[in-house]
Unconditional design. Structure first.
Lengths: 184, 376
């Protein structure tokens, strides 16, 4: 997916490229919403939706180029990752994102306590580890795909993943010792 | 067990999302994408490229700081020699800490094409005169890749821990990965795509927020309005009643200032978009409120209604101050209804939570443009 210094010439007319964007949007939106909701530290589903919409805006702006990539879906995942884990973004969305979405009446089903709890565990991880865990387990990407999304070596992905899982298990052990109610 | 729980959570999250997607037609989303793009294009024309020092960015990249304490141990997921550690330390210090010839620094960054301009932009910033020291903690090896935990000291004071720096071994030399280098500098100097040239005027840093001011609402021609941090501190003094505060620029964005009094910190959004001096357009307590806080706002021609929650655990009372134009009114919270006032004027709300002694322990504040507004 990485665009290694290649000047990309448009092979298709712009209007055709943007037609493809609509299909791309509809295909990728559910997965990105799931990913963003797993990572962004707001309990408001609208915040995840706002993040995904902004990721698609960025994809739309560069679509003639991005549509030529082997995996534009990985590119838009990278943008979503960055947006979902930005503290500044979180603060700003409190005002602008919620305001934009205020007119909607979407009803979001509540998540179970178990799922809410494990998502909170992911969000407590250092950013890179949280991103790797979310891409691996929530988005079901391979190590190589995660490496492309996060622009790191596959070995680095494996290291982050191992450390993340160790940290989550360690956190649970600690909670069990103190509180006695966490699973092993 | 853990991995199975993660997969169960993913399945449930996907099911909930699919349900939501079915309810929210994608054609509305597409229309919104195009609308937002138009807005962003208009904003971007007003953006002046931002270039800041690598040293500042080193601190700025601490936004996602990991708080692990490694005590300087070398933790080897896979064997790494003492020579490897020494080589990695040398690479990191050469790239960031020391003033070295540009070519020497570029040679230690993987895929460094087009990054010369980024380093030069950082060097030209006056803040680069600050002294940066990097302490390297644990290093994790995995074959020909490694991750180093680092702490940054600016002028002798700990400025940040993290981000981790990723390195790869190429032809026997440890190089900082391009992605890692760019992550450290990305808050103010945007790396070009591989193969492209750095262009300072096309920074993708978010533009100044042209939001209505929360404070000061009246023109105040005072010297502290020339400085964003001084403005944020003054807000803490005058509105929150906090004394002896310290402040720091939010690592993720120049427009957010963290103001701290003792154990409490508030993120203060400041803007000088109108060129009349800095003002506060947003504030939110860090900590529990940051993650959990929610607010509902409904402002129309008949009333201005606010509700907030959950409150910080040590909150004993809450006040909501609604301002529209030059008229301000304060009522007890967590919910309150006001007369809407003159909706042709900008407005604002300031919610303050106080402990039993009356000290402010939580704040949420935001401005409103003229006209109706609703959010939840």
């Amino acid at each position: 997916m990485r665009e290694k210094g290649v000047e990309i010439q448009l092979a298709v007319a712009p209007e055709v490229a943007f037609d493809q964007f609509d299909a791309f949007y509809q295909r990728e939106r559910p997965g990105l919403l799931t990913l963003a909701r797993a990572l962004c530290r707001s309990s408001q589903p609208a915040v995840a939706e706002d993040i995904v919409q902004d990721a698609f805006v960025r994809a739309y702006e560069r679509w003639p180029q991005i549509s030529q990539y082997d995996r534009p879906d990985l590119w838009v995942r990278r943008v979503t990752m960055n947006l979902a884990t930005s503290r500044y973004r979180r603060l700003r969305t409190q005002v602008t994102g919620l305001a934009r979405l205020a007119a909607r009446t979407d009803v979001h089903a509540a998540l179970s306590d178990d799922t809410t709890s494990i998502l909170a565990e992911i969000r407590r991880l250092p950013t890179r580890q949280a991103q790797v865990v979310a891409l691996k387990y929530i988005d079901d990407l391979s190590t190589e795909e995660i490496a492309d999304v996060l622009e790191m070596a596959p070995g680095t992905v494996r290291t982050h993943l191992r450390r993340a899982l160790d940290a989550m298990r360690s956190d649970r052990t600690f909670t069990t010792t103190i509180g006695g109610d966490a699973d092993a | 067990m853990l991995e199975e729980q993660l997969r169960d959570a993913a399945r449930e999250l996907r099911a909930v999302t699919d349900s939501h997607v079915r309810e929210a037609p994608s054609r509305d989303g597409l229309a919104e994408v195009r609308h937002r793009r138009a807005v962003r294009r208009r904003r971007r024309h007003a953006v002046v490229g931002v270039a800041a020092a690598l040293v500042v960015l080193a601190a700025s990249a601490a936004v996602f700081a990991s708080t692990r304490s490694n005590g300087g141990r070398v933790v080897t997921a896979e064997p790494g020699s003492t020579d490897d550690r020494a080589a990695i330390e040398s690479t990191i210090k050469t790239v960031w800490e020391e003033v070295r010839p540009l070519d020497e620094q570029l040679a230690l960054i993987e895929d460094s094409d087009g990054l010369a301009g980024v380093i030069e932009a950082a060097r030209s910033d006056p803040r680069a005169a600050l002294t940066l020291r990097i302490d390297i903690g644990s290093i994790y090896f995995s074959g020909d890749s490694a991750i180093a935990d680092v702490s940054y000291y600016l002028s002798g004071r700990l400025a940040a821990t993290a981000p981790e720096i990723s390195l790869v071994k190429r032809d026997g030399r440890w190089l900082v990965t391009r992605a890692s280098f760019c992550e450290v500098v990305r808050a103010a100097v945007q790396c070009p795509a591989p193969g492209e040239t750095y262009t300072p005027t096309t920074s993708t840093t978010e533009p100044p927020v042209a939001a209505p001011a929360v404070w000061p609402t009246a023109d105040r021609d005072e010297p502290w309005r020339l400085d964003p941090r001084a403005t944020a501190e003054r807000f803490a003094n005058e509105v929150l009643g906090w004394q002896g505060v310290t402040s720091a620029s939010d690592p993720d964005h120049n427009g957010i200032i963290d103001v701290t009094e003792g154990q409490r910190t508030v993120a203060v959004g400041v803007t000088n978009a109108d060129g009349k001096g800095w003002s506060v357009y947003y504030a939110l307590s860090r900590g529990a409120w940051d993650d959990e806080f929610g607010a509902s706002v409904g402002i129309d021609e008949t009333r201005a209604q606010f509700g907030v929650g959950p409150l910080a655990p040590d909150s004993a009372s809450v006040t909501i101050t609604y301002t529209r134009g030059s008229t301000a009114e304060t009522k007890p919270g967590p919910g309150a209804t006001f007369a809407p006032g003159d909706l042709t004027q900008p407005g604002s709300v300031i919610v303050l939570a106080r402990d039993a002694s009356g000290h402010v322990v939580g704040v949420w504040a935001t401005g409103f443009a003229p006209g109706p507004f609703s959010a939840s």
